[in-house]
Design a protein around this ligand. Structure first.
Ligand code: ADP
Ligand code: TYD
Length: 203
């Protein structure tokens, strides 16, 4: 039987990486992330997130296509092999991120984006998207608490991230069977337990 893909989604600082790791450990699934989980992906991630606008200019359409190219490679190297070998795989971000950030955030037409995403994903879709929902100011405080340098997307500011958050909520309410929305203003262990319970139902 084919394995299942489970995607964790949310704005920066919502706790996706923490929960993706805990979920993969709990269910014995593989773990991947976007952008950057392949050799090509690392090059894409570096140019998208850690280059200054002085070094390199990136149009919003180029940004979208690079995120999608990263996904195509993540699918080829990590996701498809796992699924076809019957293993479940958890991903820290997937297509929902492109719709939320490049569609709702940047303003690219969503149907056009969906077409481009389909080129990368083919028939592979998450069996479930888990949306870690959190107000932007709270997520910003968490990011500040990590002491890590902010990346190019995080520097876009509160209005941008609020559009992204509202975009995620719209996607989830339009397709409730495929999205599980969690209010993330609660302890890490509690969230992990809720996700695990929902995912166990699915598996
Ligand atoms: P993301 O991958 O969504 O950016 P992370 O999992 O890296 O988020 O978490 C960002 C920061 O917030 C980390 O310092 C992490 O320890 C902290 N964090 C994650 N989940 C919670 C939570 N439920 N409550 C408080 N802090 C959290
Ligand atoms: P990520 O490493 O998950 O950052 P964080 O842990 O802070 O959430 O993602 C890096 C950034 O890339 C993040 O700001 C969201 C952005 N992104 C897009 O804009 N579109 C996409 O399709 C993906 C996958 C990520």
């Amino acid at each position: 039987m084919a394995g299942k893909l489970i995607a964790l989604e949310g704005i920066d600082g919502s706790g996706k990486s923490t929960q993706a790791r805990l979920l993969a450990e709990s269910i014995g699934a593989d773990l991947t992330f976007e952008p950057g989980a392949t050799g090509l992906g690392r090059v894409i991630r570096q140019s998208l997130l850690h280059s200054s606008s002085k070094e390199i200019s990136i149009s919003i359409e180029a940004e979208a296509l690079l995120m999608i190219a990263d996904r195509a490679q993540d699918i080829a190297e990590n996701i498809a092999p796992a699924i076809y070998a019957g293993k479940n795989i958890v991903t820290d971000r997937f297509s929902g991120s492109t719709i939320a950030y490049q569609g709702y955030g940047r303003g690219i037409d969503i149907d056009t984006l969906q077409d481009a995403i389909r080129l990368a994903t083919g028939s592979i879709e998450p069996a479930l998207n888990v949306l870690l929902d959190i107000p932007v100011d709270q997520a910003m405080r968490r990011i500040a608490g990590t002491g890590n340098q902010t990346d190019r997307m995080e520097r876009l500011g509160i209005d941008f991230l609020d559009r992204v958050r509202q975009g995620y909520l719209s996607m989830a309410s339009a397709d409730p069977d495929n999205w599980y929305v969690l209010d993330c203003d609660r302890p890490i262990e509690e969230i992990a337990e809720m996700i695990l319970s929902r995912v166990r139902d699915l598996l």
